[in-house]
Design a protein around this ligand. Structure first.
Ligand code: CU
Length: 244
């Protein structure tokens, strides 16, 4: 076992491409909801019910066992780009049953992502810069099986909505430097290979208040929290956030 580790370490030294082995650490923690979780009213679907069902969840606040908040995005700002992974993940958002899956996607290094239509009906994927609500992209996907590849060069948060089904909403966070993660169903996140140093860690949550404006849900402002962290080489720094 020790030999394997030593060999792995040697390879990391050689393959690190300028990154000296041992000078990075991990940041890991949770986003939890404190107190009674507000109940989220489902959206009443009045057409395309055969595919979309009769009610749709807006997925604005998803809290699991123990209060863990899914779909928060945690990121570090102001780092140089993370070394590319050997085999980069494929980033895909499916439209299935008139819902985006996953609800929040983190795309690293400005890679492209794919939006796929798994439904036998027309979806129109309308992407907005979340910061100012201006259109970033607009893709019609009239047929089941259609896939559109999006290359987003500007890092930041994007909101996707469907022009046909107003309840459909999802977020894509394009992490320019690669140090970002979405929380899982336990509210947990992990950022790996972070160079040792002091940083501002940001937690972003979309916010959960909605207002019905002529049948289209309008969303409240996102919640953002920051904390200072110190990343130490070879260690894991704990960082927890609380929503209430
Ligand atoms: Cu749609």
């Amino acid at each position: 076992m020790k030999t394997v580790r030593a060999v792995t370490a040697m390879f990391a030294l050689v393959l690190g491409a300028g990154l000296v082995y041992g000078q990075t650490g991990t940041v890991s923690g949770t986003v939890k909801f404190d107190g009674a979780v507000p109940s989220m009213k489902p959206y009443k679907v009045t057409y395309n019910n055969d595919v979309c069902g009769n009610e749709a969840s807006l997925d604005r606040l998803v809290v699991g066992k123990g209060g863990g908040v899914e779909y928060a995005v945690v990121y570090i700002e102001g780092l140089k780009s993370k070394p590319k992974q050997v085999s980069p993940a494929k980033y895909v958002v499916d439209q299935k049953g008139c819902s985006y899956q996953p609800h929040v996607l983190v795309v690293e290094h400005g890679e492209e992502f794919t939006v796929a239509n798994m439904d036998p009906l027309f979806h129109n994927v309308h992407g907005y810069f979340a910061s100012n609500n201006e259109t970033a992209f607009n893709i019609a996907e009239p047929v089941k099986g259609m896939k559109a590849v999006q290359k987003v060069r500007k890092p930041g948060m994007y909101l996707m909505r469907c022009d046909v089904h107003p309840w459909m909403n999802a977020y894509v966070y394009v992490a320019g430097d690669g140090y970002a993660a979405a929380t899982d169903k336990n509210g947990e996140f992990t950022l790996t290979d972070v160079p040792a140093g002091k940083y501002e860690l940001v937690m972003w949550h979309e916010g959960w208040d909605t207002k019905d404006v002529g049948g289209k849900p309008e969303f409240s402002k996102p919640v953002e929290q920051t904390q200072e962290i110190t990343v130490t080489a070879g260690k894991t720094t704990a960082a927890d956030f609380t929503l209430k």
